[in-house]
Design a binder for this molecule. Structure first.
Ligand code: PGA
Length: 256
C-alpha cells in the first residue's frame, strides 16, 4: 500500500516561518531528495494557518501533491460551541485530513475514547480522513498493558464508526516516545501494529485499505528501519516535520 508521511506542526509556526518552510519543501519535492515521492505527503497545521497553506500550495507547483490537514476538530456540527472548529469548516478550507485523539489532547484536554470516536465520525461525515492517534503511556507499557490500552482506544473508534472504519488512518504513537527522542524500536512498533492490523481485520473486510502510521520521535536517521516493517504504513512526524531537510529525508525513506 502507498505510504503516508504526515507532518504534525503542533502549535508552532508563523506566517513568515510557514512560508519559508513550505518554500523549502517545494524545492525538495520538485527536484531534491524526495522528488516524485511514491507516497502521500501531508502537513497538519494550526487551524489559523490553513488558508495560508492552501494559498502557498497554489503558488508553488512543487506543493501540488501536498495534502493539508488540521490537528483537531469538534465532534459537533455547528452552533453555540465557542472556540470550536467544525469538520465542515475544515472541508471548506480544503483539508484532506484531521488528526483526532492526539495524546496531547487526551492528556491536556481530557479527551476520552468516546469523544475521540465522535470526532472521527464528524470528520468522516464531512469527507475528511481522520488520523486517529492511539498509544500507551510509559506506566502502561511498564505494567504490560500496551496491547489492552491501544485495543481499547481503537475499539471505541470502531464501535462508533461501523463500516466507515475502513476510511480512517490509525497512528500508533506511544506517549513515551513523543517529543522525547526515545523511539519505539522497529520490532516494538511492528508488534503493536500487527495487533492493530488484526483488530481492524476482525472489524472490516476492507482492513487492507487502512494505513497504520507510527509516530513518536521518527526522524531522518530512524525512518528507514521503521518504515520497512511490514505493518508500518507511514509516519506521523512532529519535531522533524518543522525542518524541511529532515522531513524530506523521511519522505525519501518512505518510497524506497
Ligand atoms: P514527535 O511528535 O515526532 O515530535 O515525537 C510526533 C507527534 O506527536 O505526532
Amino acid at each position: 500500500m502507498k505510504k503516508l508521511i504526515a507532518g504534525n506542526w503542533k502549535m508552532n509556526g508563523s506566517l513568515a516561518a510557514n512560508e519559508a518552510l513550505l518554500a523549502e519543501l517545494a524545492i525538495g519535492l520538485t527536484k531534491g531528495l524526495a522528488a516524485n515521492p511514491n507516497c502521500d505527503v501531508a502537513v497538519c497545521v494550526p487551524a489559523p494557518y490553513l488558508a495560508q497553506v492552501q494559498a502557498l500550495k497554489s503558488a508553488h507547483p512543487g506543493l501540488s501533491a501536498l495534502d493539508v490537514g488540521a490537528q483537531d476538530v469538534s465532534a459537533q456540527s455547528a452552533g453555540a460551541y465557542t472556540g470550536e472548529v467544525s469538520a465542515a469548516m475544515l472541508k471548506d478550507l480544503g483539508c484532506r485530513y484531521v488528526i483526532v485523539g492526539h495524546s496531547e489532547r487526551r492528556q491536556y484536554h481530557g479527551e476520552s475514547d468516546a469523544l475521540v470516536a465522535d470526532k472521527a465520525k464528524a470528520a468522516l461525515a464531512s469527507g475528511i480522513t481522520p488520523i486517529v492517534c492511539i498509544g500507551e503511556t510509559l506506566a502502561e507499557r511498564e505494567a504490560g498493558r500496551t496491547e489492552e490500552v491501544v485495543k481499547r482506544q481503537l475499539a471505541a473508534v470502531i464501535h462508533a464508526n461501523g463500516h466507515c472504519i475502513s476510511e480512517i488512518v490509525v497512528a500508533y504513537e506511544p506517549v513515551w516516545a513523543i517529543g522525547t527522542g526515545k523511539t519505539a524500536s522497529p520490532e516494538e512498533a511492528q508488534a503493536v501494529h500487527a495487533v492493530l492490523r488484526a483488530q481492524l481485520k476482525a472489524a472490516t473486510d476492507q482492513s487492507a485499505r487502512v494505513k497504520i502510521l507510527y509516530g513518536g520521535s521518527m526522524n531522518a536517521a530512524n525512518a528507514t528501519s521503521l518504515l520497512t516493517q511490514p505493518d508500518i504504513d507511514g509516519g506521523l512526524i512532529g519535531g522533524a516535520s518543522l525542518k524541511a531537510p529532515d522531513f524530506l529525508k523521511i519522505i525519501a525513506a518512505a518510497h524506497v
